[in-house]
Ligand binder design. Structure first.
Ligand code: TPP
Ligand code: MG
Length: 611
């Protein structure tokens, strides 16, 4: 019987899962794990320059491939650096395994009374207990195969999410005959079968969908993470069902598809929110309907509709108002079952009128753009850039964006996505610094050229990963939005603090270095867009480039994000959120009533008086 280290067994097991890329930062505390990744012929490791980036890259590898993402970090600072990435994968339900080094058992702070016992020891397991599905320090080589299998099963089953396995040095190096073949896992509690009543529920649902005059399907990220995008798309196209999308499902249908009712929320195109409030039957699939999506008033969401929600997570269902009908199913089971139940149903005549109404609303508000009145020489409006960028694509591109800031918000409001594009961001955490490592994870998973849309402040937060992209060498064009720092926070400081700027731009001690010099030092080709005159040619050059390119886009510094659902101050200094369908700049009352009917929310009258 051949003997090897436990670490080699771990990566043999991971390679058996089909995982072919692992992201890592080496250290003393994970040295056997690192050596084992390097020796596993089926895995190509990707070295990054910060553990936060390793976890983010693993998250995006998973998003792109549908497989488990894997990151290897060392103990102490390697582990604490990983925490932000773990939080991001937790909120967005992405299966990532973090293998962390740990001091050997005899050095470990067993009582927990000391701050530290072993060299660089830190208790990652306790730190991430609330943001992981499973986190364990595995002290026993004999138990490790089972712990690993349990961790991997949990990460990928039920509502997916990150898992952490800390492996002490003496366990990493333990000699074993285990070569990574599947271990028997403990019963994975998350794998409960949720099929009770599924087919009769689907049949009833079909009747409601067919009899509704204005049905709408809300497509949440759960549809993507349960790998049901194709199946749902086929269903909605064949049954002509309009969909409302969230930012992470932007790429579900092209922007101009007649069934695409838009991306709704606090920051959205006006028609997208109006359609939600005009629908009479909404089926919400795998979307947690958070405050940013419902404009802080879940009770009013779909207020003229019967709302049915299907989600895997009972806690997400429980938080919803009693007015909603809630069903706990895994979309992997539910969507195929619905497809069968609806297959023979005819599309009712009324559907055409509803689709035309949506198309009409979209045409009316699609072009609604609020450029800054101010002109600055050598700077362009982000609205113009997004417009030209949308036009410059042909379809089928891979596009990754940053996760925070005004530029990203404008992107998800105004970008016109085309057929076949794959678009991704991490939403829940909303952290700066995601763009570069996210692009790295996707680049490692894909052979094709990728595009990254990122803003200058966020770029700075994981700048070192430009080098990881260079080392990986996959073709990429990075559009860096230069608006002199933190435009979104400057806007807050303008509105709430009478323009007392603190740490948000060059005048308040926040500077961004020359993007051109950065491109040069990291070995990227450089291009700058600062005028509309030659923007098409420049974009064409960016598309033609088959290497590594940074394209700096010099933007007006302080454009406003519009339209949006405003927060309005009342006479007695209370803050109230405007109704989701009534975005600012507010339409005049008669126009608004002509769209929504006479029966509008009284709040719409009140906010017009307060203005
Ligand atoms: C890690 C992290 N720290 C702080 C914040 C708070 N924050 C939100 S947006 C923002 C500024 C973003 O600037 P930039 O990336 O340049 O985008 P812009 O708003 O300028 O388009 C900050 C500091 C955050 N989201 N994430
Ligand atoms: Mg900026």
């Amino acid at each position: 019987m051949a003997l090897s280290t436990i670490s080699k067994g771990i990566f043999s097991f991971i390679a058996d899962l089909g995982v072919d890329r692992v992201f890592l930062v080496p250290g003393g505390g994970n040295m056997f794990l690192v050596d084992a990744v390097g020796s596993e012929p089926r895995i190509e490791y990707v070295t990054v320059h910060h553990e936060q980036a390793a976890v983010i890259a693993a998250e995006y590898y998973s998003r792109k491939t549908g497989k488990l993402g894997v990151a290897v970090v060392t103990t102490g600072p390697g582990s604490s650096n990983a925490v932000t990435g773990i939080a991001g994968a937790w909120f967005d339900s992405v299966p990532v395994l973090i293998l962390a080094g740990q001091v050997k058992k005899q050095d470990y702070n067993v009582s927990g009374k000391l701050r530290q016992s072993g060299p660089q020891e830190i208790d990652l397991v306790s730190m991430v207990s609330k943001i992981t599905k499973f986190a364990k320090t595995c002290f026993s080589p004999a138990e490790l195969p089972m712990d690993l299998k349990t961790a991997v099963d949990l990460a990928q089953s039920g509502r997916p999410g990150p898992v952490v396995l800390e492996v002490p040095l003496d366990v990493q190096s333990a000699i074993t005959s285990w070569v990574g073949e599947p271990a028997i896992a403990e019963k994975v509690t998350d794998n409960v079968s949720l099929l009770d009543g599924l087919s009769s529920f689907c049949e009833e649902l079909v009747t409601e969908i067919i009899t509704a005059k204005r049905p709408l399907i809300v497509v949440g990220y759960g549809v993507k993470s349960s790998l049901q995008i194709e199946a749902l798309r086929e269903l909605i196209v064949s049954k002509m069902l309009p969909v409302s999308l969230t930012w992470p499902t932007t790429d579900f249908l092209s922007f101009d598809d007649e069934l695409n009712a838009g991306r709704f929320g606090v920051v959205a195109k006006r028609h997208a929110n109006i359609v939600i409030q005009k629908s009479d039957f909404i089926l919400v699939l795998g979307s947690r309907l958070d405050n940013i999506q419902t404009a802080f008033k879940i009770e009013r969401f779909g207020n003229r509709a019967k709302v049915v929600v299907v989600d895997i997570d009972p806690a997400e269902l429980e938080k919803l108002p009693d007015r909603f009908q809630k069903f706990q199913y895994n979309l992997r089971d539910f969507i195929p079952a619905l497809a069968i139940a609806i297959s023979d149903a005819d599309v009712p005549e009324t559907r055409k009128a509803w689709i035309s109404e949506i198309t009409e609303l979209r045409r009316r508000f699609e072009e609604e753009v609020f450029r800054s009145e101010i002109k600055e020489k050598g700077r362009i409006s982000i609205y113009d850039f997004i417009d030209k960028l949308s036009n410059s694509f042909r379809g089928n591109e891979i596009i990754v964006t940053g996760s925070s800031g005004l530029s990203v918000e404008v992107f998800y409001t105004h970008f016109r996505n085309l057929k076949g594009q794959w678009i991704a961001l991490t939403t829940g955490l909303g952290a700066m610094g995601y763009g570069l490592p996210a692009a790295l994870g996707v680049a490692a998973a894909s052979k094709e050229k990728i595009y990254l849309f990122e803003s200058d402040g966020s770029l700075m937060m994981n700048l070192q990963e430009l080098q990881s992209l260079k080392t990986l060498g996959c073709p990429i064009t990075i559009f860096v939005q230069n608006n002199d720092g933190y435009a979104s926070i400057r806007s807050t400081q303008e509105n709430y603090f009478n323009r007392r700027y603190v740490g948000t731009g060059p005048s308040s001690r926040l500077e961004i270095p020359s993007i051109e010099k950065l491109a040069n030092s990291f070995g990227f080709e450089y291009l700058v867009i600062s005028s509309l005159d030659d923007i098409e040619q420049k974009l064409a050059l960016a598309h033609e480039n088959a290497g590594l390119m940074i394209c700096e886009v010099v933007l007006l510094r302080d454009e406003k994000l519009m339209p949006k659902c405003s927060v309005i101050r009342t006479e007695d200094n209370q803050m109230i959120s405007a109704p989701i369908e009534d975005m600012s700049p507010l339409l005049d009352l008669e126009t608004f009533k002509s769209i929504m009917g006479q029966n509008i929310d009284p709040l719409s009258l009140r906010i017009r008086k307060l203005r």
